[in-house]
Write a protein that binds this ligand. Structure first.
Ligand code: DC
Length: 227
């Protein structure tokens, strides 16, 4: 079974995908971490976010790998574990910028498809249901109002000690939403056969329960025991 979860930043995709993976015995693949890692590399080389040629050149000779350690996904850039360095607001904007470059998408495509081919994955991202796993058994497009998503992201960042305001987070989320949705290469839009799930006002457990109901409804399974 392969499950695709797409949606904008702060919708709670990662938490939902991680919970589904844990409870249903699947492997969680956070594809945003791959774009964030390419973004971190571009940032470290001082490449401007709108310098497409520079971004393409920055791919030369780099390796990006996913590894699983104690059940958690770690992402490696040229052998260095950068998992803890890719969640800052600056790298979020870099990730969005590099993700609009077709060469970057092509660079990360094979790795994602080989994970899908192994089977048993819950993958989250922007183009999973449309491009990476068009044949996924279940596709969920998770979203919430921009204000709610900004509040969630703000709390996460504040907990990590990042010095940001709610207004800055809301402005970044709105910019990133538009750029991700309106780009030409694999835009962040729902697949035609995705189930839309609006989790505005939901706690994580409500989102999980709603997703399990969707999975049961689509596959005819009965996973109510994991709730
Ligand atoms: O899910 P995230 O916030 O970690 O993703 C960071 C950026 O990466 C996001 O702004 C768009 C891009 N991305 C993408 O284009 N395709 C994916 N499958 C996942 C992420």
């Amino acid at each position: 079974m392969n499950i695709a979860i797409d949606g904008p930043g702060g919708s709670g995709k990662s938490l939902l995908a991680r919970n589904i993976a844990r409870k249903l015995g699947l492997i969680y693949v956070d594809t945003g971490a791959l774009y964030r890692t390419v973004g971190l590399n571009a940032c470290r080389h001082g490449i401007a976010m709108d310098d497409k040629a520079g971004i393409v050149a920055s791919l030369e000779g780099i390796t990006v790998e996913l590894k699983y350690e104690d059940g958690e996904q770690h992402v490696y850039l040229c052998g260095e574990d950068v998992s803890g360095l890719i969640r800052s607001p600056e790298i979020s904007m870099y990730a969005s910028a590099v993700s609009s470059v077709p060469e970057v998408r092509a660079f990360l495509d094979g790795m994602q498809r080989s994970m899908v081919a192994r089977g048993g994955v819950v993958m989250d991202g922007r183009d999973i249901g449309t491009v990476i796993m068009p044949d996924a058994d279940v596709k969920i497009f998770l979203f919430a109002s921009p204000k709610q998503r900004a509040e969630r992201r703000y709390l996460e960042l504040a907990e990590k000690g990042e010095n940001v305001t709610l207004d800055e987070v809301l402005s970044d989320i709105t910019k990133r939403d538009r750029a991700d949705r309106e780009r030409e290469a694999s835009p962040a839009v729902p697949a035609d056969d995705a189930v839309m799930l609006d989790n505005s006002g939901f706690e994580p457990k409500d989102t999980f329960a709603a997703a399990i109901r969707i999975i049961n409804g689509q596959l005819g399974t009965n996973y109510d025991d994991v709730l």
